[in-house]
Design a protein around this ligand. Structure first.
Ligand SMILES: O=C(O)CCC(=O)C(=O)O
Ligand SMILES: [Fe+2]
Length: 259
């Protein structure tokens, strides 16, 4: 881990300052719960891509069978398996956890303690797109490494708890995003998303699924509805609306009968 070589100076400064204001100065939040910022230097992206290519070549030549990142991607590789585990641990602890403590406190952002780090690859003779899903993470970092491509937009459709994962999307939850090399997107793992077809070129992204064992343990005992689920919130508002309507109705009838 060599922060001054890896990260763009503004990102590094914000992390060193370590205040909510310093983070807000470098991120944008184009849709609630989705944070976008410039993160990696171009040279570092290129060096990482080269390393991944070497690894892939070695795998092919040695006819090795490697673990793919998840059940959805046939291409790409688990970075933890080829020497990146310590570096990605440092990335999570020193850089992603401080941001998540501020932006994702309610899903264990301050207690992230393990990760699954991998790259995904799209393009001709690679994966084309990625279906609608939630990640097995509390917080996900998705950084575009390159190369040149068209298509491949990420689409987001609102955050949901287990119970509501297949419910409809409200219009304000619809958000599509076009990635660019060096840029990072940080979102809750439960923020439903997918990626559209990469129509030309080659798109390679670094993914870090960050988990909190404390949050997972606490969730088992939680009775209240989760504040971060869009559908739980919608249902709560709906219940409040109908209870106010009922009370108004009773009040109206009572005043009519006493008039
Ligand atoms: O295609 C992408 O950039 C998204 C990848 C993703 O969502 C995942 O691997 O969990
Ligand atoms: Fe994902």
């Amino acid at each position: 881990m060599n922060p001054t070589k890896f990260f763009v100076p503004a990102f590094l400064k914000a992390i060193n300052d370590n205040t909510e204001q310093s983070f807000r100065n470098i991120v944008s939040e184009p849709s609630p719960g989705i944070f976008v910022f410039e993160m990696l230097q171009k040279d570092f992206c290129e060096a990482l891509l080269e390393e991944i290519e070497n690894f892939e070549k070695w795998v092919t030549e040695a006819k090795f069978r490697i673990m793919r990142p998840n059940t959805m991607n046939k291409y790409g590789a688990v970075l933890d398996d080829f020497g990146f585990e310590t570096m990605l641990d440092k990335l999570m602890e020193g850089f992603i956890r401080p941001l998540s403590r501020v932006f994702f406190a309610e899903v264990g952002g301050s207690t992230l303690d393990s990760h699954h780090g991998f790259v995904v690859e799209y393009g001709q003779d690679r994966d084309v797109d990625l279906g609608f899903h939630v990640d097995d993470s509390e917080v996900t970092l998705n950084v575009c490494l390159g190369k040149q491509f068209s298509g491949g937009e990420l689409f987001f459709r609102g955050t949901r708890c287990e119970k509501h994962v297949n419910t409809g999307t409200q219009s304000e939850e619809i958000f599509d995003y076009s990635h660019a090399p060096g840029q990072a997107v940080l979102h809750r793992g439960r923020h439903r998303h997918g990626s559209r077809a990469t129509t030309s070129g080659h798109r390679i992204n670094l993914l870090l699924w960050c988990r909190s064992s404390v949050f997972r343990e606490m969730k088992r005992y939680q009775k209240d509805f989760p504040s971060w689920c869009g559908e739980c919130n919608r249902e709560k508002k709906e219940r409040q609306r109908s209870s106010i309507a009922t009370r108004l109705d009773i009040f109206r009838r009572e005043s009519e009968s006493t008039a």
